[in-house]
Design a protein around this ligand. Structure first.
Ligand code: NDP
Length: 332
């Protein structure tokens, strides 16, 4: 059974040497447990925070232990009445070929409703993040202008499409022409900004002539500084992620955003998707129905092989993915 360990804490951008592939005998299961064969692994930006070794809302990864994250897998042995051999499940498990679960950290996925990969993306944690963050905190109204940063990623693509469906004008900020073309031509975003190429101040003025009513922030940093200048009266700022800061070793000092918030009587609220855990079934239902009806489009970037999971993870910080980044460990 191959697994990937975290062997040193990244300083700045994570590197290959922070990770190590090991091989161990296949684990055995006890009463109440199941053995899961990993089919897909999810790599997610929040994992960078857990690599720091500081307690936040989740516990840090320990050094020399198997990394854990989102997994879609198949039950290959079961001593738990709730799961049968062949069931497809999603849950937080190890970066391994096989993992043991007591059944509490996994949920069954119906492979007939949507491709099983979607349980880690559009109908999984990132989709729920977009759904609850935008609708519960943003409360979009028809005709409003919504700006989303990290727009071409797993969360951003869902935010933009839900906002479009609510009748909003949607502007996506992402890091390449290819991404922006996808957002406009395939997902129906009204306009996009390439934050690596364009003058953000001018581009925001140009593309948001009526100001910004909702800002869904996935990246923080300079991109966010500029959006603050364009806020409308009673704007809502949803602080979902700050990926531009995740590899930073310094304590950031930002602009005095409170002044902008005060000027326009704005609401700025951060959230963690697990705040909504009691409503997850509502979110899965909505997102699943939408995917089935073809109203919610998605893309996945799939890298082959467990051994390449660290590469896939590092790629998130280089913007290599369009849509959800996954690793295929085993053929479906
Ligand atoms: P993505 O699929 O969006 O992948 C990360 C993307 O971030 C990259 O493709 C890249 O796109 C962009 N990026 C990387 N570095 C920078 C940078 N320095 N400045 C600006 N953009 C950058 O990831 P997710 O959709 O899974 O996550 C998006 C955000 O949402 C993250 O910040 C994540 O931590 C957060 N999140 C929060 C949750 C919560 O509960 N609050 C739950 C899930 C995610 P580009 O080419 O555009 O640079």
């Amino acid at each position: 059974n191959r697994s990937i360990l975290l062997v040193s804490r990244p300083k700045g951008m994570p590197i290959q040497d922070n990770f190590k592939l090991i091989e161990e005998p296949l684990p055995s299961i006890r009463d109440g447990e199941v053995l899961v064969e990993t089919i897909y692994l999810s790599v997610d930006p929040y994992m960078r925070g857990r690599m720091r070794g500081i307690k936040t809302y989740t516990s840090p990864y320990n050094l020399n232990e198997v990394l854990t994250g989102g997994v879609v897998g198949r039950i290959v042995e079961s001593k738990n009445k709730r799961f049968e051999i062949g069931d497809i499940i999603e849950g937080r498990l190890g970066w391994s070929d096989y993992s043991v679960s007591n059944g509490r950290n996994i949920r069954k996925v119906n492979p007939n409703l949507a491709p099983i990969t979607t349980a880690l993306g559009v109908v999984g944690m990132p989709g729920l993040t977009a759904y609850f963050g935008l609708l519960d905190i943003g409360k979009p109204k028809s005709g409003e202008t919504v700006v989303v940063s990290g727009a071409a990623g797993a969360v951003g693509t869902v935010v933009g499409q839900i906002a479009k469906n609510k009748g909003c004008r949607v502007i996506g900020i992402a890091g390449s022409e290819e991404k922006n073309e996808y957002l406009e031509k395939e997902l129906g975003f009204d306009a996009t900004i390439n934050y690596k190429e364009e003058n953000l101040r001018e581009a925001l003025k140009d593309k948001c002539p009526d100001g910004v009513d909702i800002y869904f922030d996935n990246v923080g940093g300079v991109v966010t500084d500029h959006v603050m200048y364009r806020l409308n009266f009673q704007a809502r700022i949803i602080v979902c992620g700050q990926i531009s800061e995740y590899n930073s070793e310094e304590q950031a000092v930002g602009p005095r955003v409170q002044r902008f918030l005060l000027n326009c009587s704005a609401l700025m609220k951060a959230f963690i998707v697990s705040d909504y855990s009691e409503r997850f079934s509502e979110g899965y239902q909505y997102l699943g129905d939408w995917v089935q009806q073809g109203k919610l489009k998605y893309r996945e970037n799939i890298i082959e092989g467990l051994e390449n999971a660290p590469n896939a993870f590092i790629g998130l910080f280089k913007g290599e993915n369009i849509g959800k980044q996954l690793v295929r460990v085993k053929a479906e």
